[in-house]
Design a protein around this ligand. Structure first.
Ligand code: AGP
Length: 615
């Protein structure tokens, strides 16, 4: 999820673009760059690291005066955060500059085609191939950059927002959109393009939302929008009512709420490019099939929410692959003298890739001769850098300290790995894998369904705003969901909350139950392990019988719980192992609403940091 800005008009483009990037920096800042069209050339300045690094470069090596330019802040998905991988990328003839947000699924084939044609590539990115393809398409497009963009977009698969400029076309910026956001700002004798209105609302509040598979050509006095085949396209024009701060949050009150609502796309993006013709292809996984077949034990190590994702993953890994899987808190792992060797695969899960406990655990594992796979959301961070292989989640930058979309994408990434692991080891039939992949591919829209019904959950937070404690119980994969729901409430609403394995209630925690105490109950799908479901229903009765209030999360058609539920939260039907992806969302929303009601800083809760880089 990168920051993108384009400008044509009479102001200094470099100033408009860099200020726009500053307003988008929260979207990710592995690197930043600009391309300015002036005197028949492209003035390109780009630098790894935060936007301030680019500003330093521009201070020492300013671009020529110009009213045409594009700029980009990068959240890396393909290729580490280096100067060479920073956007804009430029065609070999130096004439076409491109910036990109998203993932081009078929870039490997396109890259191979360009290499075979003798094109010299200078980066590891999927984006660069588009610069070369655009330059190659221009002659057939009679030098029309918008037509060249349409021709190239028809060849691309995946999710992308592209914005291009040409050295010989001052006053022209061209953009294209598929799945990733792109919005036009209509000015007076000037026009803007951006991934988010925050970039230009200081100049204009007239916005045009581009639709799927559309190309836009911006000139200072004209905006032309077509589909990918050149036909005029319908667009949605509107006035932006948000202020700049609200715009950075996409109109949500907090980054956490914005990131909760980004979860369907984060899950979809994490699957992008990894499923082809019903089979898993993990090109980026640096383990050979032989190495994977030599694994006889898996140990997952992580902290906090990432640890809970590991607990969920264990059930799937053992069920699908029959390889023993342990899950360890990273801060405990290396002090318990664990049994591991070169046949043990250690999976280190981390959103930030900088958590010191997890880093020290993986270093210990490597000292013991084990291979380490990182599941990480931050390209080029320390944990993937020190691991033997990495599978990136593509959740985009997670700004709020409380982890939400990272959790769902960590589960999806480990599930994808587990299915691939089973596929490679041959202990899962292709049709079984394809059936499971199809179910995983359905999850983004199921998460969307949950997000459409958050109002009753927010009302529940108001009902229990004065509770002194909240309990969460679940069984099987519902148990880590209960732990995650409790953690969310603790860390942002500063409430006592505790998650339990429901079967443990009668071994002690049931003494905590009292009149009016809210207890969330995560009920497994009735069609799944029916014994699991029956036990859960009897747990609800145990809780209810002691006067506690049962807040029951159950599948949409599961009426077996109605007699014992004080409140019911419906979640879409799905298989047992996939239920955490939909059951967690209401608990995130509940915690977010509770913290807001209590007047706390949802995004920056007290005592916490987004990345804990100390042991
Ligand atoms: C989760 O909401 C917390 N912010 C925290 O538990 C976090 O998950 C943990 O610190 C691990 O961080 P990481 O995923 O960046 O390694």
């Amino acid at each position: 999820m990168c920051g993108i800005v384009g400008y044509v008009g009479s102001k200094q483009a470099v100033d408009v673009v860099v200020d726009g990037l500053r307003r988008l920096e929260y979207r990710g800042y592995d690197s930043a760059g600009v391309a300015i069209v002036a005197d028949g050339a492209l003035a390109v300045r780009k630098k790894a690291g935060k936007l301030a690094n680019l500003r330093d470069v521009l201070d020492h090596d300013p671009t020529p005066a110009s009213g045409t330019g594009i700029g980009h802040t990068r959240w890396a998905t393909h290729g580490g955060p280096t100067d060479a991988n920073a956007h804009p990328h430029v065609s070999e003839d130096g004439k076409v500059a491109i910036i990109h947000n998203g993932i081009i699924e078929n870039f490997a084939e396109l890259r191979a085609e360009l290499l075979a044609a003798g094109v010299h590539l200078t980066s590891e990115t999927d984006t660069e191939v588009v610069a070369h393809l655009l330059a190659a398409a221009l002659p057939a497009a009679d030098g029309d950059l918008a037509e060249a963009m349409r021709r190239v977009c028809r060849r691309l698969a995946g999710a992308f927002t592209l914005v291009a400029a040409h050295a010989d076309m001052p006053g022209v910026v061209v953009g294209a959109r598929r799945n990733s956001p792109l919005v036009v700002g209509r000015g007076d004798g000037e026009n803007f393009l951006a991934s988010d209105v925050a970039a230009f609302i200081a100049h204009t509040r007239h916005a045009i939302e581009l639709g799927q598979d559309q190309v836009v050509e911006l000139r200072p006095d004209r905006i032309t929008v077509t589909d990918f085949h050149g036909a005029p396209a319908q667009v949605h024009e509107y006035e932006v009512t948000w202020d700049a701060a609200a715009a950075e949050k996409g109109g949500y009150d907090t980054f956490m709420l914005k990131e909760i609502h980004e979860q369907p796309k984060a899950v979809a993006d994490t699957l992008l490019g990894r499923i082809k013709h019903g089979r898993l292809t993990l090109d980026e996984l640096q383990f050979s099939e032989e190495e994977l077949r030599s694994v006889d034990k898996i140990i997952i190590t992580a902290c906090g929410t990432a640890f809970h994702a590991g607990l969920v993953a264990k059930y799937a890994i053992e069920h699908w692959t029959r390889v023993p899987c342990e899950v360890e808190l990273a801060s405990e792992f290396r002090y318990r003298d664990p049994i591991l060797d070169r046949h043990t695969l250690v999976i280190a899960i981390s959103q930030s890739g900088e958590t010191m406990d997890t880093l020290m655990a993986l270093r210990y594992a490597k000292e013991q001769g084990s291979r380490v796979l990182a599941i990480c959301n931050t390209q080029g961070s320390t944990i993937p850098r020190e691991s033997d292989a990495v599978l990136y989640t593509h959740a985009g930058p997670e700004v709020a300290v409380a982890s939400t979309k990272a959790f769902l994408t960590q589960i999806v990434a480990v599930y994808v790995f587990a299915l691939y692991f089973g596929q490679v080891r041959g202990n899962m039939y292709d049709e079984e894998i394809q059936h499971l992949i199809a179910q995983v591919a359905d999850m983004p829209q199921k998460v969307d369904l949950v997000l459409d019904t958050v109002e009753p959950i927010r009302a529940l937070a108001r009902t229990y705003a004065d509770a002194h404690s909240v309990l969460f119980i679940g069984r099987h994969v519902g148990y880590p969901v209960a732990l995650e729901g409790a953690l969310k409430l603790k860390e942002i609403a500063y409430m006592h909350a505790e998650g339990f394995a429901a079967g443990e209630l009668k071994h002690g925690p049931i003494a905590l139950l009292e009149e009016g105490l809210p207890v969330f109950v995560v009920v497994p799908p009735p069609a799944g392990r029916s014994v699991l479901h029956e036990k859960m229903v009897s747990n609800i009765q145990e809780v209810r019988a002691r006067g506690a209030h049962t807040i029951v999360l159950a599948e949409e058609d599961d009426d077996s719980v109605l007699d014992y539920a004080d409140h019911i939260i419906r979640i879409p039907a799905c298989s047992t192992l996939l239920q955490p992806l939909v059951a967690t969302v209401p608990l995130q929303v509940f915690a977010c609403e509770m913290a807001t009601l209590r007047g706390f800083d949802v995004d920056q809760p007290r005592n916490l940091a987004k990345s804990v880089t100390v042991e």
